[in-house]
Design a protein around this ligand. Structure first.
Ligand SMILES: [Mg+2]
Length: 235
């Protein structure tokens, strides 16, 4: 498992769990609600299940079902997700920036065209990017309805590549769940799985991530560290 850095000409970023984190207090609340169900939860771990459910709840429309399906949740958990969704519907959106992501984007912006490839809707994606003054870093913002199919289909990655004027296999798709890895690979791109979100290392590896990072912010070291070395060895 290794990235071919020489191939990378453009970057595609997922949003939830990759650039943005969700409110941990909220996860803790959901985890408390789930505690009585510990016995049927993956890994018997209410906190882990709560993070995944919160992500599903934050992701509107069809993406929720696709995601729940992807996460291998069964009908009972879908019913539970619907139940929780009704209970927390009035909760104001409270997304957080993963620490250091703004600086990382600023550094990478000088070297690569960049795209957002999110399964969220356009309104909340733009609201997040604008809130943290990140919008201008991206050549194109691809959201759930930009194409007929969203992740894990390759369509949004192919569209982002086209809009950035690079071949799909020159793209690097960065994301925290298996849908990101699957979409990237299906488009012919290389992929990075990050562990600062909602996915887990073994499933990201199993779906063929070319590299796993603890946090998205390590990407500048991976890409620009080698750039610096390259320019040193070239000189
Ligand atoms: Mg994500």
């Amino acid at each position: 498992m290794a990235l071919d850095l020489s191939r990378i000409q453009a970057l595609c970023f997922d949003v939830d769990g990759t650039l943005s984190d969700t409110d941990d207090l909220y996860v803790q609340k959901v985890a408390r609600l789930l505690r009585p169900l510990r016995g049927i939860l993956p890994g018997n771990d209410p906190h882990r299940a709560a993070r995944r459910l919160v992500m599903a709840l934050e992701t509107p429309g069809n993406a929720v079902l696709g995601l729940i399906d992807t996460l291998g949740m069964d009908d009972e958990l879908i019913a539970l997700s619907n139940f929780l969704n009704r209970r927390v519907r009035r909760r104001p959106k409270h997304f957080l920036l993963i620490p250091g992501v703004d600086r990382m984007l600023e550094e990478l912006y000088a070297h690569y065209p960049m795209a957002i490839v999110s399964a969220r809707d356009e309104r909340t994606t733009l609201a997040f990017l604008e809130h943290f003054h990140l919008t201008h870093y991206f050549r194109v913002i691809v959201t759930a309805l930009s194409r007929e199919h969203t992740k894990p289909y390759p369509d949004p990655v192919l569209f982002a590549a086209e809009q950035m004027g690079v071949a799909p296999d020159a793209c690097l798709m960065i994301g925290d769940t298996t849908v990101d890895i699957r979409a990237g690979r299906a488009a012919g791109a290389q992929t990075v799985g990050v562990l600062c979100g909602f996915g887990e290392e073994d499933e990201l590896r199993r779906h063929g991530a070319d590299l796993i990072l603890q946090s998205t912010v390590q990407l500048s070291d991976v890409l620009l560290g080698s750039d610096a070395e390259k320019s040193l060895s070239d000189s």
